[in-house]
Design a binder for this molecule. Structure first.
Ligand code: FE2
Ligand code: FE2
Length: 303
């Protein structure tokens, strides 16, 4: 069952929940590198039995840094996408214009927040951890797709953030409080974005017949395939970063196991948790039941 949302209500909620970057990081608020940054269900270090406890924590933090960077990347395409969408609706519903501009402003703030955390990570971790990019090239490649496909991708990302926080982060008392605070504050604002994405998808699909809607769904899946290619590259980067941080070389068999488990963890983190989110599936179903069936036929590969 598809929920109905309103621009007025999301704007009102977002104005109440507003926070500043300076409230989250800086001064006494520092990362604690003696603690994990990511929940185990996303970091997936435990199955790597050949790693020591300390090494699992290092890998967990490398995954935390990649999470910051990958969110930085996706927000680089969400920001212009939302601005373009807002620009095409400047007349008419004032709440709509204001809610969309608020959304864009928050994403610009998140980009800055993720950069600040990344700087803090680089200063404290001691090893340079490369990430996929550059952000502009990735944003350009994604924005070249059908706007409906881009809108479904954005919807996927924002609901995925909800799932990460509610299912895995909120009740995890082991995590570094500072990193957890970032994830919490990001989640708070993404709640409203997910609702606005639902409205954007509905607006973009409104004048399309079933075939045209399915074209948007196929473009969403193509973007997913593009992201999956990036994740495979990211696992290789993480492997190199890990060996440097742990100051040891893994055997070929260990490397293979690392790649297999970490690709599964990355796919679940960035693809599976969004593709199987009940709200994403409900929106797909509202486009056409075929859309939901199509995505459900593919999602097990990422779970
Ligand atoms: Fe965001
Ligand atoms: Fe967002």
């Amino acid at each position: 069952m598809q929920d109905t949302y309103s621009y007025q209500a999301t704007l009102a909620a977002s104005e109440v929940l507003h926070w500043r970057v300076e409230d989250i990081i800086g001064g006494e608020k520092r990362l604690d590198f003696s603690k994990p940054f990511m929940p185990e269900s996303l970091a997936l270090t435990e199955p790597l039995s050949f790693l020591t406890k300390e090494e699992k924590r290092l890998l967990n933090q490398i995954r935390g840094n990649a999470y910051l960077c990958i969110f930085g990347l996706v927000e680089e395409f969400i920001l212009p996408f939302v601005m373009d969408h807002a620009r095409s609706h400047l007349r008419g519903d004032d709440y709509r214009v204001r809610a969309l501009l608020q959304f864009a402003g928050e994403e610009a703030k998140h980009i800055q927040l993720f950069k600040r955390f990344r700087q803090e990570f680089e200063d404290g971790f001691g090893v340079d951890c490369p990430v996929i990019g550059p952000p502009e090239a990735i944003a350009q490649a994604i924005l070249a797709h059908d706007p409906l496909g881009v809108a479904i991708t954005t919807l996927h990302i924002e609901w995925m953030v909800q799932r990460h926080y509610i299912d895995s982060i909120k009740d995890d008392q082991q995590l570094d409080p500072q990193f957890k605070s970032l994830l919490k504050h990001h989640w708070i604002e993404e709640v409203q974005h997910a609702k606005l994405d639902t409205l954007i998808v509905e607006a973009l699909a409104a004048d399309r017949n079933e075939e045209e809607r399915m074209r948007g769904v196929e473009e969403y899946l193509a973007i997913g395939g593009f992201i999956d290619g990036g994740l495979q590259q990211q696992v290789e980067f993480d492997l190199t970063s890990f060996e440097q941080a742990a100051a040891r070389t893994l055997t070929e068999a260990e490397k293979e196991e690392f790649r297999r488990v970490q690709l599964r963890g990355n796919r679940w983190t960035y693809l599976g948790t969004g593709m199987t989110h009940e709200k994403v599936l409900a929106t797909l179903e509202s486009l056409t039941p075929k859309a939901r069936q199509r995505v459900e036929s593919i999602s097990p590969a990422f779970c």
